[in-house]
Ligand binder design. Structure first.
Ligand code: ATP
Length: 236
């Protein structure tokens, strides 16, 4: 579904990520792990079209994304939930959800996707008329994910959903994500500092360090590799 070839991303001429090659298959759940500054978020931004300086090739379902504008990537089903949640604070929970359903292919499925959200994050449904800003951090993260799901994503990219959450709130978020496949095929890329949680949710993973992709494979194999664990658990 997603093919990245020899991708280099720069900010003001300085490389943040260099020479990355990887593929994500349809229906796959894959984790990007590794220490801060490794380039994981930048890679997600390159796929959604929100970095300016990059070279290499990114294709989605056979289409080269080089000339595809960010909003057209959304129309193709590429949904990016950035770090920091970015809930629309002055809008109600319901309005936030409806914003997520603006993708043309999603508009006929609003009721169906509301049912998915109800199943995964029932507490959100009890607060539909509350302003986004009144929600706790965990509730805002659920809302950010739910807003993404309202767009019927083909590729869902989640950047650090557990960041700043209590262990209980993070568990609620991961439990919801773990049930996603009950509602149809979604391809998932999860950037996550909590590698054990990411490995539990995702069957494959890629380890990034200092702007390079250092290893890729089955999560179980990466989890068992002590040398890699030292990298992604921040022990080097
Ligand atoms: N907008 C920006 N301008 C300049 N440098 C940036 C910008 N965004 C990221 N960088 C730099 O690019 C490198 C990779 O950052 P990136 O956020 O992609 O890494 P990451 O693995 O996602 O880490 P984090 O968990 O901290 O987000 C870092 O050195 C970072 O300082």
């Amino acid at each position: 579904m997603l093919k990245i070839e020899d991708l280099t991303i720069r900010y003001h001429g300085m490389p943040a990520l260099s020479g990355v090659n990887l593929q994500v298959e349809a229906g796959e759940r894959t984790a990007f792990v590794g220490p801060n500054g490794g380039g994981k978020s930048s890679l997600l931004k390159a796929v959604s079209g929100t970095v300016e300086e990059w070279e290499g090739q990114i294709s989605f379902e056979g289409t080269n994304l080089a000339q595809v504008a960010p909003h057209d990537r959304v129309e193709m089903g590429i949904i990016h939930i950035p770090e920091g949640r970015r809930v629309f604070s002055g809008m109600s929970v319901r309005e936030n959800l409806l914003v997520g359903a603006q993708r043309r292919a999603a508009r006929p499925h609003v009721d169906q996707q509301m049912d998915v959200v109800r199943e995964l994050f029932p507490t959100l449904m009890e607060m539909l008329s509350r302003p986004g800003e009144s929600l706790s951090g965990g509730q805002q993260q659920m809302l950010a994910i739910a807003r993404g799901l309202m767009g019927c994503p083909r590729l869902l990219m989640l950047d650090e959903p557990s960041m700043g959450l209590s262990p209980l709130a993070a568990e609620t978020v991961f439990t919801g994500l773990g049930r996603l496949e009950e509602f149809g095929e979604v391809t998932l890329i999860l950037v996550e500092q909590r590698a054990p949680d990411a490995f539990e949710l995702c069957e494959t993973a890629h380890v990034f360090e200092s702007g390079s992709l250092v290893s890729s494979g089955r999560s179980a194999d990466l989890a068992a590799d002590g040398r890699l664990a030292a990298i992604y658990l921040g022990e080097v």
